[in-house]
Design a protein around this ligand. Sequence first.
Ligand code: B12
Length: 388
Amino acid sequence: MAAPIRVLTAVPICDGHDSAINTINLEFIRHGIEVVYLGYHRYATDMVRAAIQEDVKALGISSYNGGHVEFFSEVARLLKKQGADYIKVFGGGGGTITGNDDVIMRKNGIDKIFFAGTSLADMVDYVHKHYGGTHKPFRGRKPSADMQLARKLTEIEDRYAGKKGKRPTSNVQRSTSKGRQGSKKTGTRVFGFTGPGGAGKTTLIDELVLRLLHREPKARIAILSHDPSVVGAGALLGDRATMINSQNERVFMRSMATRGQAGGLSPATEDCLMLLAQSGFDYVIIETVGTGQEAMPFQTGLVHKTVLVMNPDYGSRLQLQKIVMLDLADIVVVNKSDQERARTATSEIGSRLDQNKRSQILVSTVANRHRDAGVDELCDLLTEDRRL
Ligand code: B12
């Protein structure tokens, strides 16, 4: 199996028309493409940073706000300025983009505009024909640190493509077989976040990143965020669409598809983690896919602290007996703790943790509330050994 084509898609600033891009994303995925979706109302700078970090072959923009000539051209200009114009810019905006606009946009470096009436099959075909194949080496001036790191991560992921279950020969220096121990030398702190889909892991991580950026003005943070690959097809890597604070110059985020591996992570995660630790990040945060009861995504030694994020609405108390991560997590977070059932949930989960007789900590958060005290507490707990 060849490594899938990766593209990034987004909708520009002052534009909420996301229904076209949502349809197109799904069609791309059905045809084996991995789509990193940045969401709507996004700045040109955010798109360019994300496209470079994700090392995508192309950046697809869906624009309906009337500012397409300027916006697409600005994206192409910024890519060129950074020496990243190996990333092609394409997109559409139905009837809002005219033939004359297209002429100007192509002069400004846009690769392809799809007009109203184009079939989804034609768009998929174009992506396969024009954005497939291996990455070309960087040309011209020295690539930026983000560009180099992004490309190394791609190389690691691609080495695993088609080698299900087997560890390929890796160039990443392995001081031990475990990622966390590999990060000991560098002082990188690694946190693993897991939990069921919809519990608010991504929002919680984004709020944690905000606090880390404020508290440590020089700290650099990397995020490895996982989403499931669709069986026999591509993947929708959508966590960036939820991230607001993580669109920051001091944050490097990479979205990874599970590419056929069960359990919540990608076959390439451990090697990617080691590379990030060697690249001098102060923190690396790993987010798993939404997991089920039996998941144990973080093998011993992979991360320094594991955080299980739960939704108060897990069903009856009996369900708690079946969640393996409740035995393993260092910190259990009951997110959305403003919900009616949260008090009961906190008390039931607290009793369940008491059975383990380990020093596990239970924290209540409302991640989507500004300045939530629970998220502050979580940040304190995760960083306490750095502050001693
Ligand atoms: C659906 C729609 C809405 C929905 C949006 C729902 C949503 N979540 O997306 C709602 C009702 C909410 C809405 C609201 C508004 N809308 Co509106 N909307 C439309 C409408 C009817 C269809 C757009 C669409 O989704 N088309 C479906 C796609 C699949 O087809 P397509 O557009 O032909 O695109 C083709 C290609 O270009 C390509 N393509 C498109 N994007 C991309 C991206 C990539 C990567 C690729 C490869 C291809 C590609 O795919 C299609 C292939 O055939 C258009 C009118 C129209 N008929 O086009 C107005 C339209 C875009 N809206 C318009 C306006 C003004 C608004 C509002 C400002 C109205 C208001 N005053 O409140 C708001 C703004 C909302 C916001 N927050 O931004 C104007 C924009 C005018 C302009 N720019 O000059 C339009 C053109 C209507 C008009 N004639 O006035 N809108």
